[in-house]
Design a binder for this molecule. Structure first.
Ligand code: C5P
Length: 231
């Protein structure tokens, strides 16, 4: 038996665009916890692989690039995490659709996932961690105190994404976005390794009709109840 204190973890999993990142950053700030944006870990790994001319269809080729990868993740309040690759800020670059698709490609590779496991678990530090992704509650932190599975309809997620793009002055076609979201969901949910599925003991929240604040409040209430029950 170890005397080490157990660091509490709150996981938020779900498909892209369901609002996990926004909710995770807000909850982490409220609780004063560390934040793991695991999507950013896969995105930066994919960007590094691309920059090093790896073949994204070839697991060994992607893995070969990892030994030279120097990525850092700094908390950045409600904006989530600031990500640096080899000392240069790539926070914006990793958010493009291209980086997202590349991330989803390398994330389907089992050895890539295994290689990035320890890096993700290292975020688990006192006083606690909020981790968002696809397999936080199922694979990376199966003993999490609270597991949330956050969803929203493809239409709603596409509209949110279109608004984000419009705010940046980019015009987006909703039908195209729905198709892209559907394709990424399909790839994430049907892959063999760590597919996107809710943990058996996850609390499911369907956020289509909820504001970001309402989602955060529901998670904060569930956390409070869970912690009170277990302490
Ligand atoms: O969440 P985000 O859209 O940033 O993630 C980018 C991609 O990384 C996802 O489409 C998914 O394929 C992959 N990912 C994953 N497991 C995680 C987080 C992200 O496979 N825990």
């Amino acid at each position: 038996m170890s005397d080490l204190p157990i660091v509490p973890v709150l996981t938020i999993d779900g498909p892209s665009g369901a609002g996990k990142g926004t909710a995770a950053a807000a909850i982490a700030q409220r609780l004063g916890f560390h934040l793991l944006d695991s999507g950013a870990v896969y995105r930066v790994a994919a960007l590094h692989a691309l920059r090093n001319q790896a073949d994204l269809c070839d697991e060994a080729s992607v893995l070969n690039t990892f030994s030279s990868m120097q990525a850092t993740f700094e908390p950045n309040g409600l904006a989530g995490v600031a990500v640096k690759l080899a000392g240069v800020d790539v926070s914006t670059e990793i958010r493009t659709e291209q980086a997202g698709n590349a991330a989803s490609q390398v994330a389907a590779m089992q050895r890539v996932r295994a290689e990035l496991l320890d890096e993700q678990r290292a975020f688990r530090q006192m006083p606690g961690l909020v981790a968002d992704g696809r397999d936080m509650g199922t694979v990376v932190f199966p003993d999490a105190t609270l597991k949330v599975f956050l969803t929203a309809s493809a239409q709603e997620r596409a509209e949110r994404r279109a608004k984000q793009l419009n705010d940046k002055g980019i015009t987006a076609n909703i039908a195209d976005l729905i198709r892209e979201i559907g394709e990424r969901d399909e790839r994430d949910a049907s892959r063999v390794h760590s597919p996107l599925v809710p943990a058996e003991d996850a609390l499911s929240i369907e956020s289509s009709a909820l504001s970001a604040d309402e989602v955060v409040q529901q998670i904060a209430d569930a956390w409070k109840t869970r912690v009170e029950r277990t302490s």
